[in-house]
Design a protein around this ligand. Structure first.
Ligand SMILES: Cc1ncc(COP(=O)(O)O)c(C=O)c1O
Length: 438
């Protein structure tokens, strides 16, 4: 076995091995030039924006798509379309990205967190009924790392309890669930064009829905709360409901359209890379890649690498092993990150009575003390165990989807090298790394 780079050996990858992200070329330059030549930079009826919206609706299989200036604004539109009111509750996974629960809070809604599936990291449908009250209005699964949540069971729960099922599909453009594209599986969905996503356009997002009335409410929320139909008749802006400015712009739409054309080719590369990694790790005891169920396809951007210290014969707490592996992989030149280490309910913004000021909106809850107890990390053991015992391979600047198979082979070799050297690693850093939190 060759010496680990962290112990003085040669790194497996060098600086230039990973391809950076985003990848832009003549297609994007020409698309932006056309926008500049036309001289229409923004507005809801801009030709590039309209073309992008039409393309997106077709891709997702829904009637309406609205370009927004971020994935977060698309989430805001989704909550507005679902008419979430102050004090009403929205069910979200305890692990994921902070945008959706912050949007809930911004409407005066109360985020209710539930534990996730230990294997795929998504909101666990089995946990939903534990937090369900008559104040619940929506469920927001996140399709984490591009891997679809269990939309059949979530859909059944949403139907049974009259909840809006809103997909946070920011990381999952192109993923499918039982052959259907994510984003068209619930009441509405939000996608993101932020620089680290599969289709980057600097910033930007899309709200999608198949429901005409929901689309109208979202359009109104995107444009200062105006009445979309009356506006066209009467002229002049009249705010009828809570809204803001959530429009995208023409440059963003043009870049996103150009990047969308590259998506099929990128997905093919990503799948090849995924197979390569799965094959390379198949015989490693105690090490595995994030799972995807047989009825779904994922669009991995990054991939979670799970490890089990006990199976690997190491007397190390998971977080201590995580810290060692991360340092050793970085030393080998592998793009690796934690991505998140806080559970969502642990963020001070959500711990009730903290972070948001004047106890709002938690004061609207009939039993704020009970609610506060429900945000404690102990309630989400699977999410905690998942984060403690895994790392994310590839990072924002060096995503799996952008890499050549040759680079991915090297990454696989580096992971195998570090795993083979894990005992030497543990011996070299006996006191290293934090112990477990719980
Ligand atoms: C799951 C998820 N939701 C929402 C967002 C927010 O998207 P944006 O940054 O475009 O606002 C992101 C990423 O940034 C995300 O990963």
């Amino acid at each position: 076995m060759s010496q680990l780079a962290i112990l003085g050996g040669a790194p497996t990858l060098t600086q230039g091995d990973h391809r950076p992200w985003p990848q832009l070329g003549a297609r994007e330059r020409e698309a932006v030039s056309r926008v500049l030549e036309r001289g229409v930079l923004g507005g809801e009826d801009g030709p590039a924006s309209r073309a992008l919206e039409a393309r997106f609706a077709e891709l997702v299989g829904v009637r309406h798509a609205l370009l927004t200036h971020a994935g977060t604004s698309a989430l805001q539109l989704a909550l507005a379309a679902a008419e979430i009111a102050p004090g009403e509750e929205v069910i979200l996974p305890a692990y994921g990205y902070v945008a959706a629960p912050l949007c809930v809070l911004a409407r005066g809604g109360i985020p209710r967190f539930v534990d996730v599936d230990r294997e795929n990291g998504n909101l666990d449908p089995r946990a939903v009924e534990e937090v369900l009250t008559t104040r619940a209005r929506a469920i927001v699964p996140m399709h984490i790392h591009g891997c679809p949540a269990d939309m059949d069971r979530l859909g059944a729960l949403a139907a049974r309890y009259g909840l809006a099922l809103i997909e946070d599909a920011a990381q999952a453009l192109g993923a499918t669930h039982r052959g259907r594209p994510v984003g068209g599986l619930g009441a509405s969905a939000a996608f993101s064009f932020q620089s680290t996503k599969h289709v980057p356009a600097g910033e930007g997002g899309v709200f999608v829905t198949d429901d005409d009335a929901a689309a109208e409410r979202a359009r109104s929320a995107r444009g200062f709360g105006r009445d979309v139909r009356a506006q066209r008749e009467a002229g002049g802006l009249v705010a009828h409901t809570l809204g803001g400015v959530g429009r995208g712009n023409e440059m963003m739409a043009a870049v996103a359209l150009a990047q969308l054309e590259r998506l099929p080719e990128r997905m093919a590369t990503m799948r090849w890379n995924e197979t390569l990694l799965r094959d390379a790790f198949a015989d490693l005891e105690g090490l595995s890649l994030q799972a995807v169920e047989a009825d779904r396809t994922a669009v991995w951007y990054k991939l979670r690498l799970h490890f089990d210290a006990r199976v690997a014969g190491l007397a190390l707490a998971p977080r201590a092993l995580r810290s060692l592996l991360m340092r050793a992989l970085l030393a080998e030149g592998v793009g690796v990150t934690l991505w998140q280490d806080h559970l969502l309910p642990e963020h001070p913004a959500f711990a009730p009575h903290e972070g948001f000021g004047r106890r709002w909106p938690y004061a609207l809850h009939p039993e704020p003390d009970t609610l506060r107890a429900e945000y404690r990390a102990e309630r989400f053991p699977r999410a905690r165990a998942l984060l403690d015992a895994s790392l994310v391979l590839f990072d924002e600047n060096r995503p799996l989807i952008a890499q050549t198979p040759r680079t991915v082979e090297r990454v696989a070799a580096a992971v195998r090298k570090v795993w083979a050297g894990r005992h030497a690693l543990a011996r070299a850093f006996p006191d290293d790394g934090p112990t477990d939190r719980t």
